[in-house]
Design a protein around this ligand. Structure first.
Ligand code: HEM
Length: 195
């Protein structure tokens, strides 16, 4: 069990995902995610586990350099970046890198994906860290970030002695996993009955 504040995967405080494992199997088929992707995500795990902080530095730099993104981590009234918000979220983000690459996408993981979606949405944003930030991460940014998150990860995947083909397959598996996850996170943003 992790001692990262606010990281609640596998605990009773996480409610059941409205998306069933059967639905999720179909989503996986839609994005052509299969056993090979699990294998390549786990191959990437051995690389990323030693590089979490460096990866987070790149992603933080990206968010921090764009005022419209940084706004989601800033005070709702004064617009100033909230260190007490960025720091704990960064820790959970680090754990997310490990969970994504571990690729144990079971019921507890599926439930936590719903929780992450709620935490970006006004239902639960700011609640975990008790921060006075904006009410909502706008969906238009959430989805678009899949590209920079995965594209800037790619050089890390190529850092060790893996073949070009392995690097390409690890990268593809990450893109697919992020597409699946952000789609799951979209649930609270989508009109009832339309997911
Ligand atoms: C929280 C990943 C897009 C703002 C998180 C967490 C993760 C994550 C792993 C921590 C979840 C937890 O509590 O365990 C991602 C990924 C994205 C993405 C992979 C896109 C592919 C965005 C965008 C923004 C954003 C575009 C807006 C700038 C936030 C905020 C939190 C958060 C404000 C804290 C939410 C809270 O109050 O608990 N994100 N995120 N995220 N993310 Fe994102």
């Amino acid at each position: 069990m992790s001692n990262i504040p606010g990281y609640t995967l596998g605990t009773s405080s996480v409610s059941r995902s409205p998306v069933s494992l059967t639905d999720f199997e179909q989503m996986k088929a839609s994005v052509l995610f299969g056993e090979e992707d699990v294998k390549y995500l786990r191959m990437s795990h051995d690389i990323v586990k030693g590089r979490v902080e460096a990866i987070l530095d790149v992603w933080h730099g990206f968010v921090g350099s764009q005022p419209h993104l940084l706004a989601s981590f800033s005070g709702k009234t004064d617009g100033k970046p909230l260190g007490d918000y960025l720091a704990p979220v960064r820790k959970r983000f680090g754990q997310w890198i490990l969970d994504t690459s571990n690729a144990r996408y079971d019921q507890a993981w599926l439930d936590y994906q719903h929780e992450i979606g709620l935490r970006h949405h006004r239902v639960k944003k700011n609640k975990t860290d008790g921060t006075p930030s904006t009410d909502l991460v706008p969906f238009r940014n959430l989805f678009a970030l899949i590209f920079p998150v995965t594209f800037t990860l790619r050089p890390f995947l190529a850092e060790q002695d893996h073949s070009a083909e392995d690097v390409e397959k690890m990268y593809a598996a990450w893109v697919k996993s992020c597409l699946l996850q952000v789609t799951l996170w979209a649930h609270p943003y989508v009109k009832d009955g339309d997911f």
